[in-house]
Design a protein around this ligand. Sequence first.
Ligand SMILES: [Zn+2]
Length: 463
Amino acid sequence: MPYKGETAGKGGHADFVRNPDVQAFLDECDYMRPPSDSEANAMAATFFAAPAGIPSELPRYVVASDASKSDTPINDKLPSTQVGFIKVSQVLIGMDSYAELVDPRSRFVDPFKAAEMHRNADALTFTLPGSNVRFQGAKSVKDGFRRAVFKQLSADRTRGGPNHAALSTVLLDINDGEIRVGHTASRAGQCPSCGAEHEFTFSASVQRKNCPTCDETVFVTDWLRLHEDISDFGNNASAMTRMMNAIEHLLMVALIQQVFIADPRALGRMAFVMDGPLAIFGQPAKLHARIMAFLAKVNARLRDLDQEAILVVGLQKTGDVMDHANLLNRFLPNGVMRILDDDYRYRYIKGSDSPAENFGHETYYGQDFLFKTEKGRIFNFAVPYPFAVKSGDPKKFSSAKAELRNYGSLIARACDLIRHFELDLYESAIVPVALAHRHASISIVPGGKVLDIIAKTGLNKNL
Ligand SMILES: [Zn+2]
């Protein structure tokens, strides 16, 4: 859903739905319908007063990330020859400088002051071969794509900052230092180019190997399986979307890791805001489990240091949960919330009578909540599951993740953050995301600016 004021561009859609064939088809389908008043009131009755910190518990810095992509022909006359372009901005917002941006009379952000924050805008970009483009003489688009993914994820994008790490190394770190490509329960490994069975084990010092059968290079980043959706002549937009999603989350992990190494206590004074659910979809989905384990490791250390768990918030402004929230909105009083447990999700949102034992079992590392603020705006936010693994019975995990007390202070802190940044200018968006959308305010490169800021502002010192 575009922000209010942007055009949706859905011309012709009503005519199509009125078509009798389509109507007859829909009669045979289950799908989300607006609830009746009594249904909606029953749902609304399950919401409870949203918690708040007393006083409100706010971080000193917020890191927000935003990603965009384009998949375009390289030339108007060659529409089938495409390159993909992914841009990820990470924005650091000091709560002090945010306060200065807001006009105290109107509560609107002063656009001139915001523009000043943007002056260091600097997004990370990734360029990838699309249909009909072979990178570095590769024998297929797919092999060239693998090569380009490795080249860009193994490059030092940090411009020499302290504790820098290439994303391929971060990927190895969160896999406990070892990655095996094409490995399954029934085989030791598989070449992503020719499919021959060989073991391809990678470590920080060995991130590429040649296949003994076809002599193509196999890369540590092939573990993400992003290339599997690539075809020589087809539209590769979905592979680009998967890659964008994976990189956005991986960059957040890289940043958390760098701050963690520099000073774990600093993490307690920061919040990380992602645009979208805390989940990795499609071919690289298994990355979600590694991120979950990584965050649990960070939290274990923070607990040892007597610190609160790291606050990572996923904010979703579109999708079925937001559609549901918008339908329900007028039945909800202000200042209420609900955890989206699997029963509720399958009963009221998914419209499915054969629910999975644990929603998002292969993809999600965070739990969704619905929150209607005291000012009456509705948000779908997520915080990480407070567990290292989803081991054992999926049904047990499904109920464990729905227990509010397992989240400690995270829910109140997430609500406080949303309340603080709630912005009249945008619907269901909070300032960091809105700023990142328009332009990075202070964009950061992993290992670079954030660590300088920690050092210079005393973020590492207890107040
Ligand atoms: Zn091979």
